[in-house]
Write a protein that binds this ligand. Structure first.
Ligand code: KG4
Ligand code: ZN
Length: 339
């Protein structure tokens, strides 16, 4: 009997559903929410309502694309946290209802663990090379920046994390200072391609150990732009590409300096990137260079699997299903859920 898992993701502003059969992706549907763009960030109340509107059609489409009916499912997996509580509740309540209706097990998934385990997802007809345990994962998203030693599918240890903003937040906040819409990370990436990364220098935080800090950079960037605008009101328009390239270079160096440190401390050469910011072309390029210097084997998810998606939830649900880790129908999402 094949193991067929439906994954449901609703932790932030993407309503997503995906079907995985024996670790192979059959369908992967994401509905993002336009409604937040004009507010320059995610509005939690609006996100919950949009999830409520999207969840049924998104799941329906995921099942249809996979060519299955809900009665074929072995289990339903959902994001328990971390995330926005009102958003998580929509996916969680739907998953419970489906588990009850189909009399199938319910599986809780930690969103961060799912970002890591996306590396084990197989695509039909393609051979992916997968990280070998133990590997180091740099998890960089809008809400999290962590260095993790992954010893097994369900055995992880955080060895470094941000003490304030996440890397994605740093991208988004600097983008906002330049008047770019939310989420600004992908736009900074795009403008940076035509810019000079050495045009402007921003100081990197002096933090010992493997922890990160990004709030100082955001403030330095804000003051720098404010001062330049006093002398030249067209400063941002004239130097947008250089500004994006310079700030991106700084964020990437902050991320990779600690990754190199983690490598020298652990000796682990298997390196995986995960989370929305791992789509960044500057980060991908720098990691490739470092891989040559240090003899790393680097794993980067397909672009479509870096940002929030339900394929990673279904995949993690698959591993938990095999391990017999099921949740009761009294399971409830948690906004703060440690890895
Ligand atoms: O993993 P994700 O989809 O959601 C969270 O769990 O947070 O990550 C979203 C974050 C946003 O901050 C977005 O700006 C950033 O990932 N991001 C990027 C790029 N693509 C997405 N940042 C820099 N360059 C990109 N190409
Ligand atoms: Zn995420």
């Amino acid at each position: 009997m094949p193991v067929i898992i439906l994954g449901i993701e609703s932790s932030c502003d993407d309503t997503a559903a995906a079907v995985v059969q024996d670790g192979v992706l059959l369908s992967n549907i994401v509905a993002d929410q336009e409604v937040h763009r004009k507010y320059g960030g995610v509005v939690p109340e609006l996100a919950s309502r949009a999830h409520q509107q999207n969840i049924v059609p998104v799941v329906d489409q995921a099942l249809k694309m996979a060519g299955i009916k809900s009665g074929d499912l072995s289990a339903v997996a959902f994001t328990k946290g971390p995330g926005l509580l009102g958003s998580l509740l929509v996916g969680g309540a739907f998953a419970k209802g489906l588990a009850l209706a189909e009399d199938i097990p319910l599986v809780e998934v930690n969103h961060l663990q799912a970002h890591i385990l996306v590396h084990f997802l197989k695509q039909p007809g393609t051979d992916v090379s997968m990280p070998v345990f133990p590997f180091l994962c740099l998890l960089v998203s809008g809400g999290h920046t962590q260095l993790i030693v992954v010893r097994d599918y369900l055995d992880v240890e955080i060895i470094g994390k941000t003490i304030d903003d996440a890397a994605g937040e740093a991208f988004d906040k600097c983008a906002k200072v330049m008047g770019l819409p939310y989420p600004g990370g992908p736009l900074v990436d795009r403008y940076a391609r035509d810019g000079n990364a050495d045009a402007f220098a921003f100081t990197k935080p002096a933090i010992t150990g493997l922890d990160y800090s990004f709030s100082g950079l955001k403030t330095a960037f804000l003051y720098f732009i404010r001062d330049r605008l006093k002398e030249n009101e067209d400063f941002i328009d004239q130097y947008r590409n250089d500004l994006c390239a310079s700030v991106q270079k700084t964020i990437v160096e902050i991320l990779t300096d600690k990754l190199e440190k983690a490598f020298s401390q652990t000796g682990i050469r298997e390196i995986a990137l995960a989370g929305g910011v791992s789509a960044n072309s500057g980060l991908r390029e720098r990691i490739k260079k470092l891989a040559q210097n240090h003899g790393w084997k680097v794993y980067v998810p397909d672009i479509g699997l870096t940002t929030d998606n339900a394929a990673m939830i279904a995949m993690t649900g698959y591993f938990k299903f095999l391990a017999g880790e099921f949740a009761g129908l009294d399971s409830s999402p948690l906004a703060r859920l440690p890895l």
